[in-house]
Design a protein around this ligand. Structure first.
Ligand SMILES: [Zn+2]
Length: 446
């Protein structure tokens, strides 16, 4: 429960310091990878278009060996596997009916006369068709930004903050990389990514399994919100910092502008760069916020219960707000999950069904649904009046199979008879303990 397969990998991003010579080689490798992608894709598309033939993955992989580019074999193989993955996803989406409108939208898909596929002899393969929605696409330079070495010790190596990349650095001139500390575990992949004009290295580390405490003592339920970023069952809350909200709103606005522009026009390209720039800023601010908050949560609690986001239908009438909060949420759950695993703590996810409708004190379910603007939960059975998010977070905690009513407290101080009963009306700031929100403000700044 605590850790599923694939969850025990951490992906870390590091700044690298490269010489102009190394930068050229990184750029070249990226371009070769893009050409390989387009080349393999063109084979599949052409044969299917002209003769209705599907190329098997194994024959495509064989063909890969014939392309002679000066890049490491595992990097080349990774491009092929990414393409296979993109195709798998496309067919899966088709099968599950996720691509209902498969007719290409006007202007959204590039019609290309010459696709640079650079199989060294001819250089170009012509493709004049339009690919259907969801189909893997030919990549322009702007939409191809990374390549990957798949295995530590095979093509790439990290030693004393130096990065050795086969066919790029050679043995005598490794790349300097800024690493303070790596988590204990086994190094796996190394992805080189170009973000704007800068190159970064993403390393994945597989973490060892950690023990799980048999009886978690401090437990918390966490409600997803729009008003507050989180509300805890301890009657606490955290808001995203103002700069993050502002940046997210700006990003959404610029993205909407972009969507209205003519695809690939001059203005579109300019706007796209602008959006990318803001996007990177927002992502890094979100990341920082999420790391601080997850750290705080994992330090405080042994059992942390979230709603399962996959089945949570957060906000029906505000799609913008939803997409923003979803991104932040997924990130937080991810960060809390791995940090908890590292320290042998438990993260649980529960079905969010009815968490807002049921009274967390007496268990009575409300007949009429709470509206989005109703901030207070009122129980007609026991008379409880409580902030709706606090009520929900308490329900989330008690839904967990790890929750134990004799050892865990839910933050309804007055109602449980285990507090001074002053704070049941909302996630207010307690006067003695610094609120999480205050702690977060300090953390995010520092
Ligand atoms: Zn009640």
């Amino acid at each position: 429960m605590v850790r599923k397969e694939g969850q025990n990998c951490r992906n870390l991003r590091f700044k690298i310091h490269i010489t102009p010579e190394q930068e050229k080689k990184l750029d070249d490798t990226l371009e070769y990878c893009r050409l390989i992608w387009n080349h393999l894709l063109s084979i599949k598309v052409e044969l299917y278009d002209r003769f209705g033939l599907s190329v098997s993955n194994s024959s495509l992989e064989n063909h890969l060996k014939n392309l002679d580019y000066p890049i490491h074999s595992s990097v080349r193989l990774d491009v092929f596997q990414r393409l296979c993955f993109a195709y798998d996803k496309f067919f899966d989406d088709l099968k599950k009916g996720r691509l209902k409108n498969t007719k290409p939208k006007k202007g959204k898909f590039v019609k290309r006369k010459d696709v640079p596929c650079g199989n060294n002899s001819s250089g170009f393969i012509k493709y004049g068709g339009i690919l259907p929605k969801g189909h893997p696409k030919f990549k322009s330079k702007e939409d191809f930004s990374s390549f990957r070495y798949k295995q530590h010790g095979n093509g790439w190596k990290l030693e004393d903050n130096k990065l050795y990349l086969s066919k790029i650095t050679g043995k005598s001139k490794p790349i300097k990389i800024d690493i303070d500390r790596l988590p204990d575990g086994e190094l796996k992949t190394c992805t080189l990514k170009k973000e704007g004009k800068q190159w970064f290295a993403y390393l994945t580390v597989e973490l060892p399994d950690n023990p799980v405490p048999s009886t978690p003592t401090n437990a918390v339920g966490i409600d997803i919100g729009l008003k507050s970023f989180i509300t805890t069952s301890d009657d606490d809350f955290v808001e995203p910092p103002r700069f993050l909200r502002k940046a997210e709103k700006r990003l959404a606005k610029e993205q909407q502008k972009l969507a209205k522009m003519e695809f690939k026009s001059n203005n579109y390209n300019k706007q796209k760069q602008k959006v990318n720039r803001i996007h990177r800023k927002v992502a890094s601010a979100r990341n920082h916020f999420s790391h601080c908050l997850s750290k705080l949560l994992v330090e405080r609690y042994d059992l942390i219960v979230f709603e399962d986001l996959k089945i949570k239908n957060l906000v029906k009438n505000n799609r913008l707000a939803k997409s923003i909060s979803d991104v932040g949420w997924n990130k937080l759950v991810q960060h809390v999950t791995y940090k908890a695993a590292e320290r042998g703590k438990i993260v649980d996810k529960v079905d969010p069904d009815n968490t807002t409708q049921v009274c967390s004190y007496c268990g009575t379910k409300k007949k009429e649904k709470l509206k989005l603007e109703d901030r207070t939960f009122h129980c007609s059975n026991c008379g409880l009046e409580i902030d709706r998010d606090l009520n929900a977070s308490a329900n989330i905690l008690t839904k967990s199979s790890y929750y134990n009513p004799t050892t865990h407290t839910v933050g309804l101080a007055g109602m449980n008879g285990c507090g001074d009963g002053t704070s049941t009306t909302g996630p207010g700031i307690s006067s003695q303990v610094p609120s999480m929100n205050q702690q977060m403000l300090n953390l995010v700044k520092g």
